[in-house]
Design a protein around this ligand. Structure first.
Ligand code: SF4
Length: 61
């Protein structure tokens, strides 16, 4: 596990955390939003459990 995140991420079950898109975390004082760079809506309803644009991060193929 990577422990470098300064605060816990929301929706631990979300696919976005493991996505190669990559998602961008937008932090406010009270919460963190997950911004998807691929979806036109940018903020998919969380947690995203299935996504047609999901590609796993960390594979080098
Ligand atoms: S492509 Fe899907 S899984 Fe990946 S960040 Fe966007 S919404 Fe999340």
């Amino acid at each position: 596990m990577d422990e470098t995140e300064p605060s816990p991420l929301p929706f631990p079950t979300s696919l976005c955390h493991r996505c190669a898109a990559p998602p961008k975390y937008v932090r406010t004082k009270t919460s963190t939003f997950i911004l998807c760079p691929l979806l036109p809506g940018k903020y998919p309803p969380q947690p995203v459990l299935r996504c047609p644009l999901f590609r796993p991060r960390g594979t080098h193929e």
